[in-house]
Design a protein around this ligand. Structure first.
Ligand SMILES: C[S@@+](CC[C@H](N)C(=O)[O-])C[C@H]1O[C@@H](n2cnc3c(N)ncnc32)[C@H](O)[C@@H]1O
Length: 426
């Protein structure tokens, strides 16, 4: 990567790259411009050259694409959260599909395997991680600028659930009373089935006055639970109701900051695809199961083995399973590091279907065992089309057929997305 002398030129944008940047060509070299879309003609300043082309900053739009729309958020342009909100819903939806198709094409899969994407609407994100910094005038609270540690002070957020967005202003003032000058904090807010769950991570021990201030805040805003984390030490400051998630009617306690899907709507689309793909089979293994997003809906019809590496998550799933009631079939919860000890092809023999939903890096070793197995159906849930496509190639080389891929975008206007891929072996 080389830094360029800022060369300025005009460029016509003709496509979108994997990160949603506008792509054009300058003297035969691809140019990537954040904030541009096909149909734009723009004046840009080249900033650096990388292996795949030139990266440039937008200076001004000379001619606007007819597919541009006005951004829904006042913070658009600065906040790094939702860079793509200037695209019409049609262009944005087509790009989500294209992003999946491009990743699959690198590993030899045809574009017609990709279904029309599910795009979650704005106002549905139920999990956010905000950055805060105490400055002389108060507290800056929001998201980082794109590619920077600078915080954009956000007073409301159109992608978040209104219950979360409404909290931003009062949260800012309570933090101003608690954080000393220049102290930074991270605030995780999750909307659970029993209300708001907040975890504030800041290197400060709470005295009695600070505790009272937080309890008052929790009471005033009907916060279900509020934890303070001081250098790894988790302090349950105000637990007014236990935070729980509801999966197909099963109530599962949510450990502080544990993984859940980013929106209820996204979760519903993923669960419905997973349940549909497993219909009609016997035993199912749910690998990288978290606290049981897929386990409980699957257990309505199947015996399920749920395996997960995070102890807090699998204990929560077990607690939910213990009280789940007779409408659920047997759930066996297993604490297991699936990177170091993937389920072997032999162990997989007892399952008719396997669902796996690994972190961004994918599940290379587990997939190698799956590729050797006799499992008749495999359902991959992924938040990374690139590692998904790599793992899909391993399964295809092991004799599995990729039936279809459903993109599910629950990070509206950002380059992040999820997908479900369904594989079968005759
Ligand atoms: C993308 S989340 C999916 C969780 C769950 N399927 C859901 O939808 O809520 C990935 C999960 O993989 C788990 N995980 C990460 N590394 C792991 C490992 N080495 N072994 C087993 N599980 C792991 C994480 O704790 C997390 O729960």
């Amino acid at each position: 990567m080389t830094k360029k002398q800022a060369e300025i030129f005009d460029i016509e944008i003709t496509s979108l790259g994997a990160q949603g940047d506008g792509v054009g060509e300058h003297e035969g070299t691809p140019v990537f411009v954040p904030g541009c879309m096909p149909g734009d003609v723009a004046t840009v300043a080249a900033t650096e050259t990388r292996r795949n082309g030139i990266y440039a900053d937008l200076i001004s739009i000379v001619e606007e694409s007819s597919d541009r729309v006005s951004a829904a958020c006042d913070h658009f342009g600065k906040c790094g959260g939702c860079q793509l909100q200037f695209m019409s819903p049609d262009v944005y939806g087509a790009w989500v599909k294209e992003r999946t198709t491009m990743a699959l094409a690198h590993h030899g899969f045809a574009p017609d395997l990709v279904r029309e994407p599910v795009i979650t609407p704005s106002g549905t994100r139920r999990r956010v991680a905000l950055k805060a910094l105490r400055v002389a005038s108060g507290v800056v609270l929001g998201f980082n600028e794109r590619g920077s540690h600078q915080i954009v002070d956000v007073k409301s957020c159109p992608v978040a659930r209104p219950e979360i967005s409404r909290l931003l202003v009062p949260l800012r003032s309570v933090l101003a009373d608690l954080l000393p000058q220049r102290m930074a904090a991270t605030v995780h807010i999750t909307l659970t089935a029993s209300g708001l769950d907040i975890l504030i991570d800041a290197p400060r021990e709470l005295d009695l006055a600070a505790r009272e201030c937080l309890v008052e805040f929790a009471n005033a805003h009907d916060v279900a639970s509020l934890h303070w984390q001081d250098q790894g030490f988790l302090d349950p400051v105000a637990i007014r109701r236990e935070p729980v998630m509801d999966f197909a009617g099963a109530k599962v306690p949510l450990p502080p900051a544990a993984f859940i899907q980013a929106s209820g709507e996204g979760e519903a689309a993923l669960v419905s695809a997973v349940v549909e793909a497993c219909a009609g089979v016997g035993r199912v293994a749910d690998l990288f199961c978290g606290i049981g997003t897929f386990t409980f809906p699957l257990a309505k019809d199947h015996q399920v083995l749920a395996a997960e590496g995070a102890k807090g998550a699998i204990d929560a799933l077990q607690a939910g399973a213990n009280v789940a009631g007779p409408s659920f079939k047997q759930i066996v919860a297993k604490h297991r590091d699936l990177f170091r000890r993937p389920l072997s092809a032999k162990e997989l023999e007892m399952f008719d279907a396997v669902v796996f939903d690994p972190p961004r890096a994918g599940a290379k070793d587990q997939v190698e065992e799956l590729a050797k197995s006799s499992v008749s159906r495999i359902v991959a849930v992924s938040c990374n089309p690139n590692t998904f496509s790599r793992d899909a190639r391993t399964l295809a080389d092991g004799g599995y057929r990729l039936d279809y891929v459903l993109p599910v975008d629950q990070f509206l206007w950002s380059p992040h997305m999820e997908l479900v891929g369904v594989f079968s072996r005759d």
